[in-house]
Design a protein around this ligand. Structure first.
Ligand SMILES: C[S@@+](CC[C@H](N)C(=O)[O-])C[C@H]1O[C@@H](n2cnc3c(N)ncnc32)[C@H](O)[C@@H]1O
Length: 198
């Protein structure tokens, strides 16, 4: 499995932009979705767990999938019996999970997914009827968000084009809203939260 994050994992959690960005996404998800203690949630592209560990106390169990072994090693260092994520080193688009979840959350991972159609088609099967998806990522940008665009398949997303793909793959009640702005030295980048139901 290609691991574009092996050199980033060690210092991932020391980036303020990442930590604060994941907090903003967790807050936005909680505002938009009623999370309950009986829910099993999948964090797609869980990484070191910045989003997943924020959501974990609100639900029964957070599961995570990620294609980077190094990012998952950092996650495992933070796992504890009190606050744990069950994480799998798996590309679920190539090798789908059998399990169905009450919801899927994701932070800043969609732009790394080459085939969006295949992704939404796959995760539709992993969500229970009436379950939700809550996916946060960059609004359309000029390619200058990352200093190295290796593994970046989309320079953010156009709202209407993304909605169309999500709808085509069976989801309903699709909503996309701006939830954060990331201020970098050279410009600002909008972050959206997409929510939808099965
Ligand atoms: C920008 S990081 C975000 C990590 C974490 N969600 C956060 O907010 O800190 C993107 C993560 O997605 C993972 N990733 C990329 N493509 C993936 C795929 N097809 N399936 C699962 N994880 C993937 C990367 O390994 C990386 O850990």
């Amino acid at each position: 499995m290609q691991d574009n994050f092996k050199n980033k994992a060690q210092d991932w959690d020391s980036g303020d932009i990442r930590v604060n960005g994941a907090k903003a996404i967790a807050n936005a998800i909680e505002n938009e979705i009623e999370l309950t203690q009986d829910m099993e949630i999948l964090d797609f592209g869980v990484g070191t767990g910045l989003l997943g560990f924020s959501i974990a106390p609100k639900v029964k169990q957070v599961y995570g999938v990620d294609t980077s072994a190094k990012m998952l090693e950092k996650l495992e260092e933070k796992n504890s019996p009190q606050l744990a994520i069950k994480a799998y080193h798996q590309d679920i688009i190539q090798e789908p999970l059998e399990q169905q979840f009450d919801g899927l959350i994701s932070s800043m991972t969609l732009h790394h997914v080459q085939d969006l159609d295949a992704f939404f088609h796959t995760i539709y099967k992993n969500i229970k009827q009436n379950g939700f998806i809550a996916i946060a990522d960059l609004e359309s940008e000029d390619g200058s968000f990352h200093s190295d665009n290796t593994g970046v398949h989309h320079f953010g997303f156009e709202e209407e084009a993304l909605k169309e793909i999500v709808q085509k793959n069976g989801f309903k009640d699709i909503k996309i809203q701006n939830i954060n702005t990331i201020n970098k030295e050279h410009r600002n980048f909008g972050v959206f939260l997409l929510t939808a139901k099965k």
